[in-house]
Design a protein around this ligand. Structure first.
Ligand code: DAH
Length: 395
C-alpha cells in the first residue's frame, strides 16, 4: 500500500497530507530545508521550530519510503541489513517514531499515521523477502542442476587383503582371541633375540632383513612375532591374541614373493596348553576359512622360537588334492608355521616356563587370500589395478 502523501506531486506532498490547517503555507520541503539549513541561522529562526521538525521528518519519511521501494534483498545478508535498517528497534523508522515526540500534539496524529504506513510497508517487505528467499533455498536444494556432468558411480570396496584379514580376525575372535598390534620398525631384540635366534647363528639368515641402523641394530620387522614378545612382556597369562600386520623382507619381487607382505601371528599362553589345543584351534580356523571339505596336515619343522614346531598344509583348493602346478603336483599347500612356545622365549619375557606353556602360529595373509580367491600372482595386491580390485567389491 502506498502512503497517501506519495501519490501527490512533490510540491504538494508534505502539507497536503499532514497539515489540515488552512493557515499552513504550501511549500516544497526540499526548498524549505535549503532555506533553513542552507542559508543559515537567520532563516532558521524565522520559521517556527515545530514546522521545521515536521518538514524534515516528512522529507525523511519520503526518502526512506523511496529507499525501501528500491531495495532488493537478494541474499540473507541483504535481508538482514534491510531488517536492521528499517524494522529493527534502532532502525531509521524507529528513530522517526522517536522524533514524533517533538511534533506539536495537534499534528502528531497525522505525522504518526504517515510513520505507521511507512512502518507497515517495511514490515510487509521484510516478510515478502523472507518468504522469497526461503522458497529460493528450497528450490535450490530440491532441483537438480541438469547441466552438471554425470557423477561417476565410484563406490570403493575393501582391498582383498583387508577382506581376508577381517575374516581371520572374526574367526579367531569367536574363539576368544583379542587383536594386538606392535611396531614395524623394531630392535634386533624384539625381532630376533627374544625369539631365541642365537647371535651369529644361521637361523638369522632364514629371513633376509632390511636394516635401518647397525650396532645397535634397528630393522624393519621380518615377521609379526615381535608382537608376541611385546605382549608377553606387558601382560601376564592367560594370553590369547592374534597380531595382524605388515612385514618386510629383502626379497626379489616375483609372482610368489614380495619385499612387503602381511602376516597374522597367534599366541595362546596359559597353564596346561598343549599341542592338542594348537591343532584343534587351527583345524577350526582352516575349516571356517576354506570350508568343511578341506584337509589339514601338520609337518614337522624348525623355528627358533617354538619347540616342537610344525608347518601347516591344507589340501590344494584348486586341484582338490589331485596335483596341479599351484601345489607343485603335491596336492598340499603350506599356509602357516606353528609350534609350542620355546621355554626360553617365555623366560625372556618374564613368564615362568615351569608354570605356563603356550602355542604360537604365524601365517601370511597374501597366501591365504591367494588360495581363497585363486589369485596366481602376488604382485596384483600392490599394483592397484582397478580391474583387479573391482572384482572384490562387496566381498
Ligand atoms: N615367524 C614365522 C615366519 O615369519 C612364522 C611363525 C612360525 C610364527 C611359527 C610363529 C610360529 O609364531 O610359532 O616365518
Amino acid at each position: 500500500m502506498v502512503p497517501s502523501f506519495l501519490l501527490l506531486t512533490q510540491a504538494q506532498q508534505p502539507y497536503r497530507s499532514i497539515f489540515h490547517s488552512r493557515k499552513a503555507p504550501l511549500m516544497n520541503p526540499q526548498r524549505l530545508i535549503q532555506k533553513t539549513v542552507g542559508r543559515g541561522e537567520q532563516n532558521f529562526v524565522s520559521l517556527p521550530k515545530s514546522r521545521l521538525t515536521i518538514t524534515v521528518m516528512l522529507d525523511r519519511v519520503k526518502e526512506i519510503y523511496q529507499e525501501i521501494e528500491q531495495f532488493d534483498a537478494r541474499s540473507k545478508e541483504e535481508l538482514e541489513h534491510f531488517r536492521i535498517r528499517y524494522v529493527g528497534r534502532k532502525g531509521v523508522i524507529a528513530e522517526l517514531f522517536e522524533g514524533l515526540k517533538q511534533v506539536p500534539p495537534a499534528d502528531r496524529r497525522a505525522v504518526g499515521q504517515e510513520l505507521n504506513e511507512l512502518k507497515e510497508l517495511a514490515q510487509q517487505r521484510l516478510k515478502a523477502y523472507t518468504t522469497a528467499l526461503e522458497d529460493q533455498d528450497d528450490e535450490a536444494s530440491d532441483a537438480p542442476d541438469l547441466s552438471l556432468p554425470v557423477v561417476p558411480n565410484a563406490y570403493g570396496g575393501a582391498h582383498p587383503l583387508n577382506v581376508v584379514r577381517q575374516q581371520i580376525i572374526r574367526i579367531f575372535s569367536r574363539m576368544g582371541f583379542s587383536v594386538s598390534d606392535g611396531p614395524e620398525i623394531e630392535s634386533d631384540w624384539y625381532n630376533f633375540g627374544a625369539l631365541n635366534f642365537p647371535d651369529n647363528h644361521p637361523a638369522r639368515d632364514m629371513q633376509d632383513t632390511f636394516f635401518i641402523a647397525r650396532n645397535p641394530d634397528v630393522l624393519l620387522r621380518t615377521h609379526t612375532s615381535n608382537v608376541q614378545i611385546r605382549l608377553m612382556e606387558h601382560q601376564k597369562p592367560p594370553l590369547r591374541s592374534i597380531m595382524p600386520g605388515r612385514v618386510y623382507r629383502n626379497e626379489a619381487i616375483s609372482a610368489r614373493a614380495h619385499c612387503l607382505f602381511h602376516q597374522v601371528e597367534g599366541l595362546y599362553v596359559d597353564t596346561n596348553v598343549s599341542f592338542r589345543d594348537l591343532k584343534d584351534t587351527l583345524y577350526h580356523f582352516v575349516k571356517e576359512m576354506f570350508g568343511q571339505d578341506v584337509r589339514i596336515r601338520f609337518r614337522p619343522s624348525f623355528f627358533p622360537f617354538t619347540e616342537p614346531s610344525a608347518e601347516i598344509d591344507i589340501s590344494c583348493l584348486i586341484c582338490k588334492g589331485e596335483g596341479c602346478n599351484v601345489c607343485k603336483q603335491s596336492g598340499w599347500v603350506e599356509i602357516a608355521g606353528s609350534g609350542m612356545v620355546d621355554p626360553n622365549v617365555l623366560a625372556n619375557c618374564g613368564i615362568d616356563p615351569e608354570t605356563y606353556t603356550g602355542f604360537a602360529f604365524g601365517m601370511g595373509i597374501e597366501r591365504i587370500t591367494m588360495l581363497k580367491y585363486q589369485i596366481r600372482d602376488l604382485r596384483l595386491f600392490t599394483e592397484n589395478d582397478v580391474r583387479f580390485l573391482k572384482q572384490f567389491q562387496g566381498a
